[in-house]
Design a protein around this ligand. Structure first.
Ligand SMILES: Cc1cc2nc3c(=O)[nH]c(=O)nc-3n(C[C@H](O)[C@H](O)[C@H](O)COP(=O)(O)OP(=O)(O)OC[C@H]3O[C@@H](n4cnc5c(N)ncnc54)[C@H](O)[C@@H]3O)c2cc1C
Length: 642
């Protein structure tokens, strides 16, 4: 662990108004803040955008897969597709099973070892090839995509690669590539987005060598069939500045170890073929050599694992959007109503245009972030969160648009369509399958909070003590020099530079969108400072303001990579105008959204809504619930609660 991160873990001080917080709230904040990655050893394109710096050097040339890597991916995808087609996704959806022989075939082609280094028997894939596979699988069967992704995007291979010791890698990687399915267990009945309430404990045994794990983990994907599980536990707390600080530690646990049991296989709206369980751990004995990274670093490990794992969802979302484009293109031409194909009525045309340009943007986001991961020269934690937030929200809108465009057939199950001899377009299954993506691996709301925290960090580093009401006079005075030194040049620049935005001529007809991004990034930087000044350490509670600021940054990021992607295609084939049209369409719509967010920052109904919510929570509106059969309380105690 670097010195700076160690310092952060121990000295974390909250730059927010804690005066009205309960001890529990402060503890939650401290646990999260202490697990935050504080160092920026590599540059970040999106972080610069928040600071009014549109650094196009990240975008030129748009990264491309080299021939050798592409060939590896191409060959693998052919084999993978053949295996995928041995199952019928509708049957998976109906029966809730991914047959064991099918899983064995996936192992045979190496699908579980894509992220396992070659030296340990895996395929050692680039992120680009891994995401090409994720896209292919997600376009066909969401349950298989989740099985493979939970295994290696968040399961053991990813944290093992980042934090495992050489011995751990030698011990586990070969198994993970050839036969052992893995899972990631963080969530608990009372631990959703806030891990500080974790109750699963790992107590040291007297022999000084082992720990005993006790607790219950909820919604553990692959848990019921997993051979290896990364389990997050609470270990002995530390005293930091006189206060008890919870310590979270990650262990690799054998799924077949005595004391590991699946209390219940959870059943969901979609992804019906996944094996997801409520898992109980009773006196599960683990050796200290199975701690990943170090004692107390479990939450930091989980956050970094999710950070890297988040790069898969954009690929899966792109796969879904491409499938929607395929289905809607065909349907838009074939289905005639009122004397014309429905793709020719203006409502239909708008839908087709929306789906096409969003698919292009998703492609650009997936390709840019995958390539940047492989290049290893940038810090992608902000881009990964933006990509996850954007792609999962857009995928939902795209499938919803597709459902509407397909009319009644969108709502009909694919099996039923097949029986009637119609095209097997699984719109309703895809809709059920993709909805969860806005909730898991960091919900959209949590992504926004994460992004807002990271966007403000450069300012907190400089002006933190000034923002905090409880800072001492000395601390505030100490910050003055730093503040003057930085803001005396930075702030005027955010006002003056937009007056001179020019260039970007190499972008051809897309240059005007780059000029927009550049100007808007200055305005975004000014807005952050304005609201930080206005609300100071209370800004953390202004989630709607922060959400809009973060949405603007995210849209600017996507506009940037979408234009760069289009440009790279146009450079290769000057006669092809389609990439320009797609990027231009996406950017025009994004600009309208961005202008709306800026406007809503100062003119909104946030306070009105907040007051209405207070009435709801106070129970003043129960009369409005009259006339229904109310959904009820369970007749039994929650499983695992005894
Ligand atoms: C199909 C499926 C698979 C899953 N797989 C795994 C897995 O493999 N491993 C694992 O550990 N977990 C897994 N999960 C759990 C998943 O990651 C959680 O559902 C997710 O973290 C959100 O937690 P929660 O559902 O308890 O929501 P909560 O945290 O209770 O949140 C409820 C709502 O409140 C919002 N909210 C929460 N806090 C705030 C805040 N501070 N400000 C504003 N809004 C807030 C959330 O965004 C959400 O909209 C899975 C869940 C499902 C359904």
């Amino acid at each position: 662990m670097s010195e700076e991160n160690k310092k952060n873990e121990e000295d974390v001080e909250l730059v927010m108004d804690t005066s009205k917080m309960t001890e529990e709230q402060i503890s939650s904040m401290e646990v999260a803040e202490s697990a935050r990655e504080t160092e920026w050893t590599k540059p970040s394109f999106a972080s610069k955008l928040f600071m009014g710096d549109f650094d196009t050097s990240f975008l030129y040339p748009f990264p491309e897969q080299n021939e050798e890597d592409k060939k590896i991916g191409d060959e693998f995808l052919v084999k993978l597709e053949a295996v995928l087609k041995t199952v019928d996704p509708e049957e998976v959806d109906r029966t809730g099973e991914l047959p064991e022989e099918y899983r064995a075939k996936l192992f045979e082609v190496g699908a579980f070892g894509m992220k396992v280094p070659k030296e340990y028997g895996g395929l050692g894939f680039s992120q680009v090839n891994y995401n090409r596979a994720a896209q292919l699988i997600a376009s066909y069967d969401g349950a298989t995509a989740t099985l493979i992704s939970a295994h290696q995007s968040i399961g053991v291979p990813n944290p093992l690669k980042m934090f495992g010791t050489p011995e751990q890698k030698k011990k586990y990687f070969p198994r993970l590539a050839s036969k052992s399915i893995s899972a990631f267990a963080l969530t608990e009945p009372d631990v959703g987005s806030d891990p500080s309430k974790m109750t699963t404990v790992a107590d040291p045994m007297d022999d000084g060598e082992h720990f005993l794990i006790n607790g219950t983990k909820l919604w553990c994907t692959n848990g019921p069939i997993a051979d290896l599980i990364v389990v997050m536990t609470q270990t002995k707390p530390k005293i930091v500045r006189g206060r008890e600080r919870k310590q979270i530690t990650a262990f690799i646990v054998e799924g077949t170890a005595p004391g590991v049991e699946t209390l219940h296989r959870c059943d969901f709206m979609g992804l019906r073929g996944i094996y997801n369980g409520l898992m109980k751990f009773t006196d599960v004995k683990v050796h200290k050599s199975d701690i990943l990274w170090a004692e107390g670093r479990g939450l930091a490990l989980a956050l970094r694992t999710l950070n890297a794992g988040r790069l898969t969802l954009p690929a899966a979302s792109a796969g879904l959007a491409k499938q929607c484009l395929h289905m809607c293109t065909k349907w838009g031409k074939e289905r005639e109503q009122w004397g014309r194909p429905i793709g020719e009525h203006e409502e239909g045309r708008q839908k087709l245009a929306y789906i096409a340009s969003m698919t292009f943007a998703l492609d650009a986001v997936t390709k840019s972030t995958s390539h940047w991961t492989d290049q290893g020269e940038a810090d992608l934690r902000i881009e990964a969160a933006m990509a996850k937030l954007f792609s999962t929200e857009v995928a939902w809108k795209v499938i919803d648009t597709t459902m509407q465009f397909r009319g009644g057939r969108g709502y009909e199950r694919a099996d039923s369509l097949r029986t009637r001899g119609e095209d097997v377009f699984p719109v309703e299954r895809a809709m059920r399958d993709c909805r969860i993506n806005m909730i898991l691996e960091g919900s959209s709301e949590i992504m926004k909070l994460f992004l807002a925290r990271e966007a403000m960090d450069p300012h907190i580093q400089i002006a933190g003590p000034m923002m905090k009401a409880s800072s001492s006079f000395g601390d505030k005075m100490g910050a003055v020099g730093k503040i003057l030194g930085f803001y005396s040049t930075w702030l005027p620049k955010q006002y003056i530079a937009p007056l001179f935005v020019g260039g970007h001529s190499k972008m051809g007809p897309l240059a005007r969108h780059y000029k927009f991004v550049e100007k808007a990034s200055h305005k975004l930087a000014r807005s952050f400072i304005y609201y930080m000044g206005m609300y100071q350490d209370k800004l953390e509670k202004k989630q709607m303001i922060l959400g809009r600021l973060v949405d603007i940054g995210t849209e600017l990021f996507v506009m940037s990579v979408t234009c760069a992607y289009a440009k790279s295609m146009m450079d290769k084939d000057k006669s092809n105008k389609e990439p320009y049209k797609l990027a231009n369409h996406f950017c025009e719509l994004a600009r309208t959204r961005i202008n709306g967010y800026f406007k809503d920052l100062s003119s909104n109904h946030d306070e009105l809504s907040n007051k209405m919510a207070d009435s709801v929570i106070a129970g003043n509106l129960e009369w409005l619930e009259e006339g229904i059969i109310k959904a009820g309380k369970a007749e039994r105690a929650p499983l695992g609660s005894e």
